[in-house]
Design a protein around this ligand. Structure first.
Ligand code: M6R
Length: 614
């Protein structure tokens, strides 16, 4: 979490920093700050709250300088206030640092620094780091870069940092371990950011720093890239970004989340492009590891949040179509419980939109350490997870900016369907007829998602108006639509702050049924093929307790519709593919409810888009 930004060149740094921070707010938005440097001095402002608060604070002030750094924070050590906001300044006022990540051994270092006369204003680990660098620099009379390098070798934890010395604004030192750091390069200027989007207006040439690398940026000079451990000089690899600027603008939509919901017909098509053609499925990362997939005896899927819910859908798909046993694990649990992984027979699949989720990344590293083949499903190209897997498939959903995942989730499901069909075909675990039929229906999905959006719009609005004020929601589904119920509940919770639970419909009897009364709306996914008769039984049980039924049914449905208070109709589709349609009304319902409640849909409280702390 946290977003960092920096500029060194010939333009005014302030507008680049403040606009860049707005684009990085998805990474954290409880406080922000900037420092802009001029000869022998700097201007530093910090503010609690969103970047707009900082902007307001600075609005009447002229900030001049062509070197600067900035930070938008998601609090870990110390509350979200002006003092704990970044940049942090060393005791002598000479070193100014921004940091994304966590210094795990900061407490031990702080004690040493306190004994050496250092004092601290904030509760952050970052203030400890900037003073450690100062301590080492002064004690050993080192250059800034050498002091940074030696200090970082003492650090346990994760970081991407940028540091400037008050009397040398012509230089910024940056370094990375575990947290993302992109460096944009143009003639006579450098841009630093947690992802390249803030500098896309200026350059498409980017270097992604690797873990354990640092760089010294000097005005008018070539980039100096080094290894932190031994100062070994490295040759930078410059990549050209392929992002279209339109993808990161809201356009006519009020919120990114709404835009992203409506983009899904296109994003699913993009996920399928070149991979599903005339009944043939082609996924490079699977093709080149064919034997591993044919011989696998089990698959473990590891992820967090919505990606975990997608993983659970993957379990149903892979077991049903490829007949391989699948376990789905929360990355945060998996990484700490010494999982049993049979090197020869197991595949670990990691799923992550951002490709930076700390727990998922650590789980991936653990699996690799145990010698297991790791396949990644990621959205962000070049992200840490994408770079570390043995093979993988990008979801191609384009930049997802709303904190609540929508289009990345459906793109993940689309990849999992492709994977299950492909492996099923390899292993001859599904009939030719079933394979062809599913491929054919799969090709129709983008159009059906489009139709779903058209069909549900009015109904969702009515339902949102009826229930935006309740305190609880229940989401029920069976089989492959149980994870969709989980996803619906997660969406509602995170953006509207209404308590919501997802359950397998029949499991309701074992506890949650106690919650049902006339104030409890229950969203039930009741598509034709998914244990339809059983679901009708579950609905009767809810009605008997006066619960309100909001059902998601297929076109032409009669029975469930008659029993429901509100009905949302979606096109018919095979059960295996149904999550790609059933989740759409749940996303839109969560959006509409949060919108009516006046919440900031794209930036829900306490959350960040990419969770880079464990
Ligand atoms: O980037 P990742 O897919 O690894 O992120 C995992 C979760 O943090 C993420 O899905 C989170 O739950 C979303 N806010 C859900 O909308």
């Amino acid at each position: 979490m946290c977003g960092i930004i920096g500029y060194l060149g010939y333009r005014d740094a302030y507008p680049i920093l403040i606009n860049g921070l707005k684009k990085l707010e998805y990474r954290g938005y409880d406080s922000s700050g900037i420092a802009v440097f001029y000869e022998n001095g700097y201007t530093l402002y910090k503010s609690k709250g969103k970047v707009n608060e900082l902007k307001k604070k600075i609005s009447s002030i002229q900030i001049k300088g062509t070197t600067g750094i900035g930070h938008t924070r998601w609090a870990t050590h110390g509350g979200p206030d002006d003092v704990n906001a970044h940049p942090h300044v060393s005791n002598s006022n000479e070193l100014i640092l921004i940091h994304n990540g966590i210094i795990e051994n900061y407490h031990a270092i702080k004690i040493i620094l306190l004994k050496n006369g250092f004092t601290f204003k904030s509760k952050t680990d970052t203030e400890v780091l900037v003073n450690l660098i100062e301590f080492i620099k002064k004690k050993n009379k080192l250059s800034l870069e050498e002091a940074v390098r030696i200090s970082l070798n003492e650090i346990v934890g994760a970081y991407s940092i940028a540091i400037v010395e008050k009397y040398h604004p012509e230089r910024i030192v940056i370094a990375k371990l575990g947290s993302p750091l992109a460096l944009g390069i143009n003639e006579r200027e450098f841009f630093i950011a947690s992802d390249p989007i803030p500098f896309l207006d200026y350059t498409k040439n980017v270097i992604y720093l690797k873990d354990g690398e640092m760089a010294i940026l000097r005005k008018g000079e070539e980039l100096d890239l080094r290894k932190i451990v031994d100062n070994h000089k490295l040759s930078p690899i410059i990549q050209e970004l392929q992002i279209n600027l339109k993808e990161i603008e809201k356009g006519e939509y009020k919120y990114f989340m709404l835009k992203e919901i409506y983009e899904q017909p296109k994003t699913i098509l993009d996920t399928l492009r070149g991979r599903l053609t005339d009944g043939l499925i082609w996924i490079n990362g699977v093709e080149s590891n064919k034997n591993i997939f044919i011989n696998a005896k089990c698959i473990t899927i590891v992820a967090c949040g919505s990606s975990w819910n997608a993983g659970l859908i993957g379990e149903y798909l892979l077991e049903e179509l490829a007949r391989i046993p699948v376990e789905v694990e929360y990355a945060s649990e998996f990484r700490y419980r010494n999982p049993i992984l049979e090197k020869k027979d197991t595949i670990v699949i990691v799923i992550s939109q951002s490709g930076e989720t700390a727990d998922t990344l650590s789980a991936l590293k653990l699996a690799k350490k145990k010698g297991v083949f790791v396949f990644g499903i990621c959205n962000v190209v070049g992200s840490s997870i994408a770079r570390n897997v043995d093979a993988g498939a990008y979801t191609h959903a384009g930049p997802e900016i709303g904190v609540a995942s929508t289009k990345a989730f459906t793109a993940q499901i689309a990849v999992l369907v492709l994977l299950a069909l492909k492996i099923g075909k390899y292993r001859l675990s599904l009939t030719e007829y079933r394979y062809n039929h599913l491929c054919q229906e799969f090709g129709l999905i983008p159009e059906k998602v489009n139709r779903t959006l058209e069909m549900i719009e009015n109904d969702i609005e009515k339902i949102a108006k009826a229930y935006y004020n309740v305190n609880n929601f229940l989401y029920l589904g069976r089989g492959i639509n149980f994870p969709v119920a989980l996803e619906g509940a997660l969406k509602l919770k995170e953006i509207s702050y209404i308590h919501a639970e997802g359950y397998p419909a029949a499991e309701m009897k074992h506890g949650p049924i106690a919650l049902i009364d006339e104030n409890m709306p229950v969203v039930i996914i009741a598509t034709k093929k998914g244990c339809y008769e059983k679901i009708i039984g579950n609905i009767q049980e809810i009605k008997a307790r006066k619960g309100k039924i909001i059902s998601i049914v297929n076109e032409g449905d009669v029975q469930v519709s008659m029993l429901s208070d509100y009905v949302i109709k979606i096109p018919n589709i095979s059960e295996e593919l149904s999550p790609l349609l059933t989740v759409i009304p749940l996303q839109l319902l969560a959006y509409q409810i949060a919108f009516i409640r006046g919440e900031n849909v794209d930036q829900p409280r306490n959350l960040a888009k990419s969770v880079t702390v464990e």
